[in-house]
Design a protein. Structure first.
Length: 344
């Protein structure tokens, strides 16, 4: 057995022990993001804490979410649904419901590609008239190991300044509208902003950040899932003023179209330009995804953070996070870098 495989086995054993810890002895953690990146983080964090809140971006305008948003004027439910699915337990009940809400209809009619969970969430919004109450009810139905909140109660549009969005004009900088379009641009994203530019934050999301022991940002699509949280003024103020420690989890590889060619340190530089007042405590990166450790350490230091390198990628070589390895890395960071509440 190679030393790497032995290390992975030890980390997995440690993660199994984490799952048995009592709820009262665990930190209050808030995870911010969207899409599959946030899902990966939540699948890891639910293994090590029973006090977990996800704060989810609401700027999606593609697929089933985009269709529901356009037709009904609702928040896009897709990323909220994915977060709820990630919080489902590993037992039969949790995995069955995770599969049900992720199920997409296949037809030649209007239901084609709509996700069951999207329809369920929107139906409860219409029945209850309250975004937070409805999501709490869905979480209760699923037996979710945590709470899911939207970052804002109004649908948002993501806009980006992109150099070379039109390949025929490689040096031109254009405004590109819509999260789905920004995520797939062939150009280089310079910056992003939200419309409206000062959206109200969900009060429960702000309270969760202020009351947290740890805030986790990333991984995920950098411009369309991670940075948007920093563009909601009340949420950014909470992130700047909270006593919680903050860890930023980097992606395993650049995202085609959105961050093509980005080094790990460039991700930090871009985040710093969008939120210059935000300080971090820890930057977590996969040890195999950092070719220049000194440059990453320098970029992290400018944000007030230390770098923690750990094997968090799936061992099969696919650039996705392994939930057990990521859980072990988060737990080690939470214990090594201090605490706020009496959870140890």
């Amino acid at each position: 057995m190679t030393s790497r495989n032995l290390r992975l086995r030890r980390l997995r054993r440690a993660t199994s022990a984490l799952s048995a810890r009592k709820r009262g002895a665990q930190p209050k953690v808030v995870a911010l993001g969207g899409g599959m990146g946030l899902s990966a983080s939540l699948a890891a964090l639910r293994r090590i804490t029973g006090d977990l809140t996800a704060v989810v971006t609401v700027a999606d305008d593609g697929g089933s979410s985009g269709r529901l948003r356009e037709e009904l004027g609702v928040l896009p439910p897709g990323d909220l649904r994915k977060a709820l699915a990630a919080l489902c337990g590993d037992d039969d009940w949790g995995q069955t419901w995770a599969q049900v809400i992720q199920h997409r209809f296949q037809s030649k009619g209007d239901l084609h590609e709509h996700a069951v969970g999207n329809l369920l969430i929107v139906a409860l919004w219409e029945q209850l008239g309250d975004h937070v109450q409805a999501l709490d009810l869905v979480g209760k139905l699923l037996g979710a190991h945590g709470r899911v909140l939207p970052m804002s109660a109004v649908p948002l549009e993501l806009q980006a300044l992109v150099r070379g969005h039109d390949p025929a004009r490689p040096d031109a900088v254009d405004t590109v509208c819509g999260q789905a379009t920004v995520a797939l641009t062939p150009g280089e994203v310079q910056s992003v902003h939200l419309v409206p530019n000062d959206p109200p934050a969900v009060p429960e999301a702000v309270d969760a950040v202020l009351d947290a022991d740890w805030v986790v940002l990333g991984p995920g699509s950098w411009f369309s899932s991670v940075i948007p949280h920093l563009l909601v003024p009340e949420l950014l103020d909470a992130l700047v003023t909270t006593k919680a420690r903050k860890v930023l989890s980097l992606n395993l590889a650049p995202q085609p179209g959105e961050t093509d060619g980005f080094s790990p340190q460039r991700h930090l530089e871009v985040l710093g330009r969008h939120a210059p007042k935000l300080a971090l405590d820890v930057v977590l990166a996969d040890e195999a995804a950092v070719p220049d450790r000194e440059s990453l350490a320098d970029a992290a230091k400018r944000l007030g953070a230390a770098v923690e390198l750990a094997p968090v990628a799936s061992p099969d070589g696919v650039p996705i996070h392994d939930p057990e390895l990521l859980a072990a890395a988060y737990d080690r960071i939470f214990r090594m870098h201090g605490r706020i509440g009496p959870w140890r």
